[in-house]
Design a protein. Sequence first.
Length: 239
Amino acid sequence: MIKTPFLETILHSSLAFFFSRLYTTIAWLYDPVAWLSSMGQWRSWQRTVLTALPTGPTLELGHGTGHMLLALAERQASLVGIDPSKQMSRITLRRLSHTSNQPGLARAKAQRLPFASGSFQAVFTTFPSEYIMDPASCSEVWRALQPGGKFIIIPGVAQIGGLPGWLSPIRLLDRLAAWLYRVTGQIEKDSSKPRNPLIDILKHEGFTVTQEHIELERAAIIRIICTKQGPIDPGSCST
């Protein structure tokens, strides 16, 4: 097994610390950093979740700065977002202040959803942090979904780049973005293989799971679609 070089390990730790602060003390920098690190592609990457969402009561896990809630506000009559960050909540409240259909917001974690069982037809999250690998998060989503409901996850990027011309400015920027996402662990090392740990957790909770690669002009995005089969059975959810 090839070990990660020392400098890359230091860089990974430094970036992880910086990105963790983006959710709290420097949340005001989140949008420009997301735009810069993806070389302008962040919003189009997030929006790949939209075509898989069914209509009906919908919950977003980790609403961040509120862009997806804003995009869905006029489409979904019943829409809720949760985030544990008070800084993100303040930013999102300002962003949604002029929408005619006000989504509900709650300060909460995915591992302990403050909603009754069977509350939602759809739950989604885009580029989630470590909480998505916690079986408690998947168990709570299962509980909160209606039978037949969908849990849609955009966990990361399969590939960045694809435009012709190795020396074109955009191609060079995309190669820089691919390196950055590889260092931070948000891009698949082998895009031909599923993200087994996450998929195994989801299947263990009882979801039927399919994984897709959504091809965009400059990237391929991973989309995981989970369907809750059968009636609600609280006893089947692990804790």
